[in-house]
Every structure is written in structure tokens, then in C-alpha cells.
Design a protein around this ligand. Structure first.
Ligand SMILES: NC(=O)c1ccc[n+]([C@@H]2O[C@H](COP(=O)([O-])OP(=O)(O)OC[C@H]3O[C@@H](n4cnc5c(N)ncnc54)[C@H](OP(=O)(O)O)[C@@H]3O)[C@@H](O)[C@H]2O)c1
Length: 249
């Protein structure tokens, strides 16, 4: 039997990068996956096509902005309508605009908080009632080392990602008795559009010298950690935040 046979998941922001790798890793283990995106339908359809090759009728594609309450509600309802159940929510969406504190407008602050933290609340708020009904579930939140160290991306991103870690702990306590674990993955320097868009060639070379293992991480390495946290093998782990950063602080 596959690790996630008979399970159903929503992976937010799974048209690209880390979310895409998680959606595909889950599908390979028998999970039905709602592939969510906001802007790039083509990429989401490609992920869904890839899943269908592995697991026919194993995916749906849902356009929904996870910062908008009515769209999140629709995303969860459409998933239940398609799969009849929901066990796993991966709160993966996050955006990033590097900004120094003295240049940070309220609008800039609110945009990051909304996309990186409020979205985690909203998706959890609408998905958890369905997950709890199954008496077995997993919520996996994608944070960042900036949420622990402060990082160099800006106070807004650090505050949002630190908030994800605290939210994870609080929700894990509330759901502990219901068979649902809640954990965070704390990545850094993973080769995705988000990372490549933030550094020029010179910046990438300099950054590489600061990563102890001497390379960038891959989305698949984060996906394998997500798969472990989603599996029965991780049933005794909850409220934790697990760093995957190649030693980068
Ligand atoms: N890459 C890294 O080094 C790194 C390090 C630490 C933490 N992280 C975290 O890991 C997560 C994934 O990052 P990534 O690097 O894979 O990012 P990415 O390559 O930029 O992909 C982001 C995904 O999120 C979707 N998305 C963005 N805004 C959305 C919204 N409002 N509603 C729904 N979907 C939305 C995008 O879809 P559309 O294109 O359709 O909008 C895309 O599928 C983020 O939370 C990020 O903060 C990444």
C-alpha cells in the first residue's frame, strides 16, 4: 500500500516550486491532490497533467487567491465536492519582496502579512473542520529560516514567517486530541522562481559561499520532508518546525 493511499490533500500554491514538488510527491504515494494557483493556470494544468499520469482522476485544479476569504471557502468546498473528503492541508503559498525597514510602507507590510500569514489562517480555518471529521489529518505549514533568524529579506517577511511557526504550535495543541498533527517546514535557499528572482548571478555566487553544504536545496528535498510529515511514521510529531537549509542560518 502506498503511503498516502485513500487520502486527499490541498496544496496551496502548487503550480510551481516547492508546492509543485509536494503535490507530485503526494500523488506518487496515492494521494488525491487539489492543485491551487493564483495567476498561472498553464503551470497548474501541467502539474495536474503530471499527476494524472501517475494517478488517474487524482487531481483537480483550483484557481483561488488564498488571501481572499470567499475564494478559500470555495477552494475547500470544491475539494470536498471532488474528493468527498480532506485529510491534508499544505499551507505553502508565500510571497517575498525584499525591503528595508525605513523604506517599508504600510501597504508593503500588509501585503506580505496577508499572503504569508493570513492565508495560513484562512486556509486552516476552512479546511480544519473537514480534516477533523476524518479523525486523522495533517497540516503542514511552510515557513522560512527568516522566521527564526530574522534573515535579510525584511521585517515583514520575518514577522509573517515567525508568525507561521507560532501559529503552528498553537494550532497543534488545539488539534492534538483529534488525530491531526500540525507542523512547519522551515526551508532556506531552495532553487525556485522565488529564489532566482531575488538574486542576480553575482548575488547567487556570493550566497552559495554562505551555504555550508555548498549548494542550493531542491524543491524535491522539501517535498520528501513534507511526505514524511504527512505519513503515519510522523504521527508522534506535532507542533514542530523542522529546518531544511543546508546549514544556512
Ligand atoms: N524558495 C526558497 O528558497 C524559500 C525559502 C524559504 C521559504 N520559502 C517558502 O516556501 C513557499 C514556496 O516558495 P517557492 O519558492 O516555491 O515560491 P514560488 O516558486 O514563487 O511559487 C509560489 C506559488 O504560490 C502561488 N501563489 C502565490 N500567491 C498566491 C495566492 N495569493 N494565492 C494562491 N496561490 C498563490 C504561485 O502561483 P501563481 O504563480 O499562479 O500565483 C506559485 O504556485 C513560500 O511560502 C516561501 O515563502 C521558500
Amino acid at each position: 500500500m502506498k503511503i498516502l493511499e485513500n487520502k486527499a490533500a490541498i496544496v496551496t500554491g502548487s503550480s510551481k516550486g516547492i508546492g509543485r514538488a509536494i503535490a507530485i510527491a503526494f500523488a506518487k504515494e496515492g494521494c488525491k491532490v487539489a492543485v491551487n494557483y493564483c495567476h498561472t493556470r498553464e503551470s497548474a494544468l501541467e502539474v495536474s497533467d503530471e499527476i494524472e499520469k501517475i494517478n488517474p482522476s487524482g487531481s483537480i485544479v483550483i484557481q483561488a487567491d488564498v488571501t481572499a476569504e470567499d475564494e478559500v471557502k470555495r477552494m475547500v468546498n470544491d475539494t470536498i465536492a471532488a474528493f468527498g473528503k480532506l485529510h491534508i492541508l499544505v499551507n505553502n503559498v508565500g510571497i517575498f519582496h525584499r525591503c528595508s525597514f525605513l523604506e517599508m510602507s504600510l501597504q508593503e507590510w500588509e501585503s506580505i502579512i496577508k499572503n504569508d500569514l493570513t492565508s495560513v489562517f484562512l486556509c486552516s480555518r476552512y479546511a480544519v473542520p473537514h480534516i477533523v471529521q476524518q479523525k486523522w489529518g495533517r497540516i503542514i505549514n511552510i515557513s522560512s529560516t527568516s522566521g527564526i533568524t530574522g534573515g535579510t529579506s525584511g521585517a515583514h517577511y520575518a514577522a509573517a514567517k515567525g508568525g507561521v511557526i507560532s501559529f503552528t504550535k498553537a494550532l497543534s495543541s488545539e488539534l492534538a486530541k483529534s488525530g491531526v498533527t500540525v507542523n512547519a517546514i522551515v526551508p532556506s535557499k531552495i532553487g525556485t522562481d522565488m529564489l532566482w528572482g531575488s538574486y542576480d548571478e553575482e548575488g547567487k555566487k556570493t550566497l552559495l559561499t554562505k551555504i555550508p553544504v555548498g549548494r542550493f536545496g531542491t524543491p524535491e528535498e522539501i517535498a520528501s520532508l513534507a511526505l514524511f510529515l504527512a505519513s503515519d511514521n510522523a504521527g508522534y510529531i506535532t507542533g514542530e518546525s523542522i529546518v531544511a537549509s543546508g546549514g544556512y542560518k
